[in-house]
Design a protein around this ligand. Structure first.
Ligand SMILES: [Fe+2]
Ligand SMILES: [Fe+2]
Length: 129
């Protein structure tokens, strides 16, 4: 469902590796959400989502560091976009009483990966230009 594509490559190796990892984590969460052989997935889904969130935050920090080191002119709009996303997903947690956790996870993943693809494609790719 989710994978890193060549068209997402920025040409900056460390950033591309982190983007790849983000898609891997999203895919891992997605596969878990559709796996019908695990009876109670709440804890596992919750853990993998937390991992995805915290890896996204780590990635933003590393990317911001890279932009500072390279005096990237577009850093302010990058910071604004990262902060907006940080706010949106920081309090995003699963609810144990949610009867449709799998669906919720799918929606969350769709939101996160849509945002990432857009951001990588229209903003991150400019960093190396
Ligand atoms: Fe970025
Ligand atoms: Fe990025």
């Amino acid at each position: 469902m989710y994978e890193m594509k060549d068209e997402y490559l920025t040409g900056i190796e460390s950033i591309d590796a982190e983007h790849r990892r983000l898609f891997e984590l999203a895919e891992e969460a997605y596969q878990l959400s559709i796996n019908e052989f695990i009876p109670d997935k709440y804890d596992q889904l919750s853990d993998i989502l937390d991992e995805l969130k915290s890896y996204a935050f780590t990635h933003f920090e590393n990317e911001e560091q890279y932009m500072k080191e390279h005096n990237y002119k577009g850093i302010l709009s990058q910071l604004a976009a990262h902060n907006e996303f940080r706010e949106k997903i920081s309090d995003l947690t699963l609810d144990r009483n949610d009867e449709n956790t799998e669906e919720t996870v799918k929606e969350v993943l769709a939101f996160i990966t849509d945002w990432l693809v857009n951001h990588i494609y229209y903003s991150d790719k400019k960093i190396a230009e």
